[in-house]
Design a protein around this ligand. Structure first.
Ligand SMILES: Cc1cc2nc3c(=O)[nH]c(=O)nc-3n(C[C@H](O)[C@H](O)[C@H](O)COP(=O)(O)OP(=O)(O)OC[C@H]3O[C@@H](n4cnc5c(N)ncnc54)[C@H](O)[C@@H]3O)c2cc1C
Length: 405
């Protein structure tokens, strides 16, 4: 594992810092220091600004709207953005850039890349992910949504659930069963489907956080062109698996920064509440600091492998399990420190539905309670903790394989 960055990164790091000094207001204290509306507005403006210089999609070739940066430069960029408290992406870009954009860049046809990638960068297209169904979550290959080819178009029938951002997205990448006679994994295809059409109905699901970006999506004869399939018909499982290893570099660099900043806010909260001298609280804080430090080393190990071009292996499962369980415990301590105040959350709420609140967010009860609820969901989406433990038990510890139905 390398714990030092190579010398060639120094000049690039300085270039980014100079850019940030030029672009950000002199009194910039991080996204969290802005109120909720201002933070949303800033995120939208920053996304457009980043897209204009290629830094929204730093590793993508220039012809598709990227900056053609090396992996190492991409990591340095993400790290400096995280330190400065500015977003690495826009509100919907986990789905648009990180997932489908990177997947098409790696596996799309030339026509798909030319058609979709520039529209992702410009923000004209916003994507959502249609994988989960009422009876297919962890056991994703049990999905029952079907698509069949009729006169050069896929015609889709079925239902998805827990679809984040489905009401603001205009495209969905979904998994559908296209060959009912093939084996459980073999008959699945990944289709690219426009959302604005009569065959699609989106119904919001209200979340415990007060947010409503969750949805059920119903397909009743929805259509998409025959060529809107990723890799090829029957290759949906391969495409879905390929999503898992994408862009692990920037998370490995930014997770330790965000989670350490959150632990520092937690320590400040204990001090503000006069609880920093309590032995049990000190013990739990020390564990939180230790976990954040372990996360930094896990990140460095992942980065070293990624920069070397090693296959993803089990890094993604280790990282997902580690940060999500850490986050649940850390925010649980915050809610304990708040005591009865957690029952009547006040102040600035988190504007994001994932991970930590923004750097420099105030220690408001609404920030911590919102983040605590979000942290619980972190142990569920993108592979639950139990499923990650199963993967690690089999792949790393060599324990006997789980019985499959
Ligand atoms: C905030 C959030 C956002 C999401 N966004 C999206 C989205 O945009 N698009 C999308 O398609 N999906 C999305 N999901 C859905 C998510 O992918 C599923 O919730 C997840 O895959 C788990 O599936 P499930 O909810 O059906 O639970 P289940 O799979 O039914 O699991 C229920 C419980 O059983 C456990 N379990 C299941 N199988 C095993 C096993 N083999 N061994 C041990 N324990 C097991 C699980 O760990 C869990 O505790 C989102 C979920 C959340 C929470």
């Amino acid at each position: 594992m390398n714990v030092e960055y190579p010398p060639e990164t120094v000049a690039f790091r300085e270039e980014i810092r100079a850019f940030l000094r030029r672009e950000l207001p002199a009194d910039w204290a991080g996204l969290g220091a802005l109120d909720e509306d201002a933070a949303r507005e800033f995120t939208a403006w920053w996304r457009t600004r980043m897209a204009s210089v290629g830094w929204l999609t730093p590793s993508w070739p220039r012809e598709y709207g990227g900056a053609g940066l090396s992996r190492l430069q991409q990591v340095v960029l993400a790290e400096e953005f995280a330190r400065a408290g500015v977003p690495v992406r826009g509100a919907n870009d986990v789905f648009s850039v990180k997932m489908i954009g990177n997947l098409l860049l790696a596996h799309g046809t030339e026509e798909q890349k030319r058609r979709f990638l520039p529209r992702i960068v410009s923000g004209e297209d916003r994507w959502c992910q249609g994988f989960s169904e009422p009876d297919a979550g962890s056991d994703l290959a049990a999905l029952r949504t079907r698509a069949r080819l009729v006169d050069g178009e896929w015609v889709i029938e079925g239902q998805k659930i827990w679809t984040s951002d489905a009401r603001t997205a205009n495209w969905m990448f979904l998994l559908a069963r296209t060959d009912p006679d093939a084996g459980k994994h073999a008959g699945i295809s990944m289709l690219l489907v426009p959302m604005d059409q009569p065959g699609i109905t989106v119904r919001p699901i209200h979340m415990i956080t007060g947010g409503n970006n969750f949805n059920e999506v119903f397909f009743d004869g929805a259509r998409t062109a025959e060529q809107n399939v990723v890799i090829g018909p029957g290759q949906g499982w391969t495409a879905a698996m390929a999503l898992l290893g994408l862009e692990r570099g920037d998370e490995a660099a930014t997770n330790p920064i965000f989670f350490r900043a959150e632990v520092d806010r937690l320590i400040a909260l204990a001090q503000e509440r006069g609880l920093a001298g309590d032995e049990l609280v000190r013990d739990r804080l020390a564990r939180a600091v230790t976990r954040a430090e372990i996360m930094r080393y896990l990140g460095l190990r992942t980065l070293t492998g990624w920069l070397r071009g090693d296959a993803a292996g089990t890094d993604a499962s280790i990282s997902k399990l580690y940060w999500s369980e850490h986050h649940r415990e850390t925010t649980d301590l915050a809610v304990s420190l708040l005591g009865a105040d957690a029952l009547v959350p006040t102040g600035r709420k988190p504007i994001r539905h994932y991970r930590t609140d923004d750097p420099d967010a105030p220690n408001s009860s609404a920030s911590w309670v919102g983040t605590w609820l979000t942290a619980i969901s972190g142990t569920i989406y993108a592979g639950t903790s139990e499923v990650q433990r199963n993967i690690l038990a089999e792949a790393v510890l060599g324990l006997p394989k789980e019985r499959r139905s």
